[in-house]
Structures are given as C-alpha cells and as structure tokens.
Write a new protein. Structure first.
Length: 261
C-alpha cells in the first residue's frame, strides 16, 4: 500500500532531519517562537465557500504536475483569490520542501497549512518554526492516543489542525476525539482511487459545529456542483489550481459555480 511506503520513507527522512537539528533544539526553538499564527479556522468558517489553494509539484497518483506558473506568481495569484494555502513538504513522493513553505510565508498573509505525513512531534515543532499556521493529521496513520497527543500539542503551539478521514470508522474516531476541523479525503489512501461520494456520504454524518473540508478530486465545475450538496465549508484544491494557466481566475470561477452564479 502506497501509504505504508510513504510513512516508511518519512521515518528515514526524520532520522536525517534530527541529525541536522536535534529534537531538543527543535522543541526549544518552537517553544520560544513568538510568531502569532493566522487563524486557519477563521478562514474556513467565514460565510460562503472557502478555498484552500495547494502548492505541490507532484503526487503518487498524478506524477509531476503540469505547472504553468512559478511559485512567486502562484503566491501572488493565490493572495487575490483563495482563503488559505496548503503547502506539501513531503519530499520523496510529492517533491515538497519546507523551503517552499518558508517562501510562501514570506510573501503571503494568508493562513498556511503544512501538508505532510505527521508521525512525530518533531514535525509539529518544525511546522511552527517554518511559518505554518496549521498542520494535517491523518487518521489512517495514527492511533487514537497518538492522534490526540499531536492534536493537543499543535493547539498548544497556536496551530490549527485539519483532521483527515476517508471512511466511517476514521470519522467516528475523530468525532470521539472532539476534533473541530474535519477533512474528508475523496481519495482512497489504499489504492488512490477517487470518489466524490465519499464527501457526500461522510459529511451527512458530521454534527453541526464542525468545519468540513473536502479534499481531492475537485477538477471541474460539475465536481463543484456535486460537492455543494455536502454543505462543505471549504474545498482543498491541488491539481486543478496547480495546472491552471491562471490560478486566480480558476479559483474565483469555482467560487462562482458554488454560489450558483
């Protein structure tokens, strides 16, 4: 299963990372960091549809992205049209980097979520230091005890958490942990197939008071119309914006479709 491979590769990367900066030093620096986070939660909970525009260079399912604009231009366009930015920092399968997130932070006042496969507290401390305002926690790779520990640590550092699920069992777990922002991944993490019905099905099971984010597979206007029925608060969009010639225009157009304009 590709998810298992990604996690094993992440474990190897963490050994290298900790050799460069020790766990103790990373933790100390994060605890001393006085940067005030920009609220990811507020960006998603405002009236209307929120869009999280992603930056990623590749994915296991897609391969290399057919990117039309460079990072500087993308940040400029995202600043005009989206409500938050997602940056992949996973190196081996998404060709991400913490340096990309640092660059985005230097050039944007939008909240940024570090999207990675978090399996160690080290990554959460690092997220604070590189300028992230939120992190992704994936229920499929964490047991409940570890998930809760990471969740509480993130919030203690002033970081919001997007809690990702992709089936009923995982959703039940994060609801029991009283997670606020729930991301429904339309991509099956075992075989990487996509079904927008995943959001429709799971969103109906989420009680009021939670923020719902739908992830993966949003490519066309018709996809937006399908997902509108889920009453999701936000869409996390990667490929459609990464491969758009004008990401700003694309994002604004998707919002117009959602609003019925």
């Amino acid at each position: 299963m590709i998810l298992d491979v990604i996690v094993e590769d992440k474990k190897k990367r963490l050994i290298e990372d900790k050799a460069r900066v020790s766990e103790a030093d990373m933790k100390k620096a994060a605890l001393e960091c006085d940067r005030v986070s920009i609220s990811f939660e507020a960006a998603l909970s405002k009236p209307g549809l929120s869009i999280i525009g992603e930056f990623k260079k590749a994915s296991p399912s897609r391969g290399n992205m057919d990117v039309k604009v460079d990072l500087d231009e993308r940040i400029s366009q995202y600043n005009e049209a989206v409500d938050a930015i997602s940056c992949l920092t996973e190196q081996d399968h998404f060709f991400g980097s913490v340096d990309y997130l640092k660059k985005i932070r230097e050039n944007s006042n939008l909240p940024i979520i570090r999207k990675d496969f978090v399996i160690d507290e080290y990554q959460i401390y690092e997220a604070k230091l590189i300028g992230a305002d939120a992190i992704l926690l994936i229920a499929a790779i964490l047991d409940d005890e570890t998930f809760k520990k990471f969740y509480d640590l993130a919030y203690s550092l002033g970081l919001d958490v997007l809690c990702e699920v992709h089936d009923e069992e995982e959703l039940s777990r994060v609801l029991n942990l009283d997670c606020k922002i729930i991301g429904i991944n339309n991509r099956n993490l075992k075989d990487f197939t996509i079904s927008l019905d995943t959001t429709i099905r799971l969103a109906a099971l989420i009680p009021a008071g939670h923020i719902i984010v739908t992830e993966s597979g949003v490519l066309t206007d018709d996809d937006i119309r399908v997902l509108k029925a889920s009453k999701a608060d936000a869409l996390l969009i990667g490929q459609a914006l990464m491969e758009a010639e004008n990401p700003c225009q694309k994002a604004k157009g998707l919002k117009e479709v959602y609003d019925g304009r």
